[in-house]
Ligand binder design. Structure first.
Ligand SMILES: [Fe+2]
Ligand SMILES: [Fe+2]
Length: 478
C-alpha cells in the first residue's frame, strides 16, 4: 500500500466513524429520555458512543463537530443528514446558537451520561446555549465542550425587519415588461420575415443582468406572472430571468451572463413555425403532432442561424433545450455526445416555468412540487450539479409559493434564503395591507421568549383554492 492510499484509507475511516458518532449521539439521547439510566438499552447505546469516540481518538487529539450555516462539519467534511434523529439533533443545536461540540480524549462514561441527560431531559427545548453550558459546568463535565456563535444581526425579537421597496418593485416591472415587449416584437419580426432586432434583445438582457447583479428580488417575483393568452412571451422572459439568477449564483461573469440571457430569451423562438392548433391543443397530441411540436427546437436553431451576429450558444440552446442531460429527450441526434452547459441550465428553468404555468393542457403545478420533480430527475433529465444549485436558489418553497405557517397565517414566499432553503422571507397575506405595504417577515426570526423560530412553514397551498393572486405582491398594476 502506498503512503497516498494509506492516507486515503485513514481519511475514509475517519469520516465513517464521524458519521457513525453523529447517529449514535442522538440515538443515545433518545434512549436516555425513554428508559431509566441503568436500563440495558441506554447502557448499550452509551457504550457504542464511547467505543466510536475511542476509535476516533486514535486519529485525532480531539473530536470536534462544527456547525457552519446549518450544515454540520467534521473537519472539512460536511456530514449529510440521513435520519430524522440527526436532523432534530442538529436543530437543537441551531436553535440554541451552539456552533461546535468537542469531545476531549479523557472523556468518561459519567461525563457522557451527564451530557446525554442534559440534552435529553434537563435542558428544555427552549433553553439557550448558556443554560446548557451552565448545566455542563454544574455536573463537572470538563471533557465535553460547546462553542457558541454570536449572531450580531439577531436582535431581541428577531433580525432587522425587511422593508417593502415600492421603487425597486417599479424598476423591476419596467425591465420585466420592457423585455416582454421586445420578445413580442422579435416573434412578430420572425413571423413576417423582417429584420431581427438582436440589439434590442441584448439591451433588455443587459438590463436584466444589471438587476440580477443587484440581487433584486422583485424581478424573480415577477416570473410568477404566467400570461395564459400570450404564454410564449412571458415564458421566454421568465426563463431568461430564472436562468440569469441561476447563472449568477454559479458565478458566471457578466459576459457569460449576457450570452446566457440572449440564449434563454430566444430558446423557444422556433415555436413561431408551429401551427397554433398544435401549440394550444387541448388534450393529448397525436404522434404526428408531437413530431411537429418537437421540431420547434430544430426550427429555432435554423431561424437563429440566419441572424447576423448571433452567438452560437443561442443556436445550441434552441436546439438542445429539450435534449436532457442524459440525451434521452429530443431532437434525436447521433452527433452530440454531451449537452452544452448553458443548454443544461436553461432546460431546468424552462421545465420549472412551463410546469408552474397554466396551460390549455395542464393546470399549474405547485412550485414546491416542481422542485421535488427536479430533484427526482437530477442525473437523468437534469444536470445534477445545476439541479442542486437551482433548488438552492429557489428553495423548497420557491418565490411566489403560497404557504401555511405554523401559527395558521398564510404567506407568499418573497425571497429565498440561500443559507436555509426551508426558511425564506415571506409576505404575510392580509386583506388590509395586501398590495400597498405588505408585511415581510423573515422565517429565521427567533422568538424572544422561547428562543425557537417565530414562524415555520407547514405546507404549500394552491393559491387558486384560496382565491389568492400571488402575483399582486410583485406587480402593481397602477
Ligand atoms: Fe421549448
Ligand atoms: Fe420553453
Amino acid at each position: 500500500m502506498t503512503e497516498k492510499s494509506i492516507s486515503f484509507f485513514v481519511h475514509q475511516n475517519l469520516h465513517s466513524l464521524a458519521r457513525r458518532l453523529l447517529k449514535q449521539i442522538p440515538a443515545a439521547i433518545k434512549k436516555g429520555q425513554l428508559y431509566p439510566l441503568d436500563h440495558p438499552y441506554f447502557v448499550h447505546s452509551l457504550q457504542l458512543v464511547q467505543e466510536t469516540l475511542t476509535a476516533l481518538f486514535k486519529y485525532r487529539s480531539e473530536v470536534t463537530f462544527n456547525m457552519v450555516e446549518n450544515e454540520l462539519y467534521f473537519g472539512d467534511l460536511a456530514l449529510v443528514e440521513d435520519s430524522i434523529n440527526q436532523r432534530q439533533f442538529i436543530e437543537k443545536f441551531e436553535q440554541r446558537n451552539i456552533s461546535s461540540l468537542t469531545f476531549l480524549p479523557g472523556v468518561t462514561r459519567e461525563e457522557l451520561l451527564g451530557f446525554m441527560q442534559i440534552l435529553g431531559r434537563e435542558a428544555g427545548d427552549g433553553s439557550e446555549a448558556a443554560t446548557v453550558m451552565n448545566k455542563i459546568r454544574e455536573k463537572n463535565i470538563t471533557n465535553i465542550q460547546l462553542g457558541t456563535v454570536i449572531l450580531s444581526e439577531i436582535t431581541e425579537g428577531g433580525r432587522e425587519p425587511v422593508k417593502f421597496d415600492s421603487l425597486a418593485r417599479r424598476q423591476a416591472q419596467g425591465v420585466f415588461f420592457g423585455s416582454i415587449r421586445v420578445i413580442k416584437q422579435i416573434i412578430n419580426e420572425v413571423e413576417n420575415n423582417q429584420k431581427f432586432s438582436l440589439d434590442k434583445v441584448r439591451h433588455v438582457v443587459s438590463d436584466i443582468v444589471g438587476m440580477v447583479n443587484k440581487d433584486d428580488k422583485y424581478l424573480l417575483g415577477l416570473t410568477t406572472i404566467k400570461n395564459y393568452d400570450e404564454y410564449t412571451y412571458n415564458h421566454s422572459v421568465n426563463v431568461a430571468v430564472l436562468s440569469l439568477y441561476l447563472g449568477q449564483l454559479l458565478g458566471l461573469n457578466r459576459e457569460q451572463l449576457s450570452l446566457l440571457g440572449e440564449a434563454a430569451m430566444l430558446h423557444d423562438v422556433g415555436k413561431v413555425r408551429i401551427p397554433n392548433e398544435i401549440l394550444n391543443k387541448q388534450g393529448l397530441l397525436t404522434p404526428t403532432e408531437w413530431q411537429v411540436m418537437e421540431s420547434h427546437t430544430v426550427e429555432g436553431a435554423e431561424i437563429l442561424n440566419k441572424v447576423a451576429g448571433i452567438n452560437s450558444v443561442s443556436l445550441a440552446v434552441a436546439f438542445e433545450h429539450h435534449l436532457h442531460y442524459d440525451l434521452s429527450g429530443y431532437p434525436k441526434t447521433e452527433r452530440l455526445k454531451e449537452v452544452n452547459l448553458l443548454s443544461r441550465l436553461v432546460t431546468i428553468c424552462d421545465v420549472y416555468d412551463a410546469a408552474t404555468s397554466l396551460r390549455v393542457y395542464h393546470a399549474p403545478i405547485l412550485p414546491a412540487k416542481v422542485i421535488a420533480l427536479i430533484i427526482s430527475k437530477k442525473g437523468t433529465f437534469f444536470d445534477p450539479v445545476l439541479a442542486k444549485a437551482f433548488v438552492q436558489m429557489m428553495g423548497v418553497y420557491p418565490v411566489g409559493s403560497l404557504v401555511r405557517l405554523d401559527n395558521q397565517e398564510q404567506a407568499v414566499v418573497y425571497a429565498n434564503n440561500l443559507n436555509n432553503i426551508l426558511r425564506p422571507k415571506v409576505i404575510l397575506v392580509s386583506p388590509e395591507t395586501a398590495e400597498q405595504d405588505p408585511d415581510i417577515v423573515d422565517l429565521e426570526e427567533i422568538a424572544s421568549q422561547s428562543k425557537g423560530f417565530k414562524r415555520s412553514i407547514v405546507e404549500a397551498l394552491a393559491p387558486q383554492a384560496f382565491k389568492i393572486e400571488v402575483t399582486k405582491y410583485f406587480y402593481n398594476k397602477r
